[in-house]
Write a new protein. Sequence first.
Length: 169
Amino acid sequence: MAEQKVEPWLRGTRGEVDAVRRGVIHALELAAEDVARWCDPLNGEEMEARPLGLPSVGFQLRHIARSLDRLLTYAEGQQLSERQMKLLRSEEEFIDREATLMEFAEAIEVSVKRVLAISSGSYEEPRRVGRRELPTSVGGLLVHVADHTQRHVGQTVTTVKAVMATRPK
């Protein structure tokens, strides 16, 4: 049996980064590893399959990538652009397997850089989210970056398992 790799948060990496940003980055690194592990065997049709009515793997990956961009835009004190709104509305639209995986991988890479650029002294700064401008903080957004990403990676893995179970034997 292959040895299980230790998760990023247990590797002792990113010690130069404060605990909040380190935890967020570790969650993003784990997301990238889990997606690579579970999605690699899927073909394009399987990436867009909806077994048992579940959202497709492709949708989950596009949603994670685009949500990271939106959440970090709010954390940086900006409002969403028209392009971001258009991408939000198109998350369900089919994109080929390679483009979806590349969008996800690039989003993780860019998000790590954006998280590193956020000052640890800004965590309590107020932010407003969405059309209703709901109140939160930079720290709240960073924690949500980690938890939202991990939630959708879990849903991705569940969908992958359902897709694999329906493969012809």
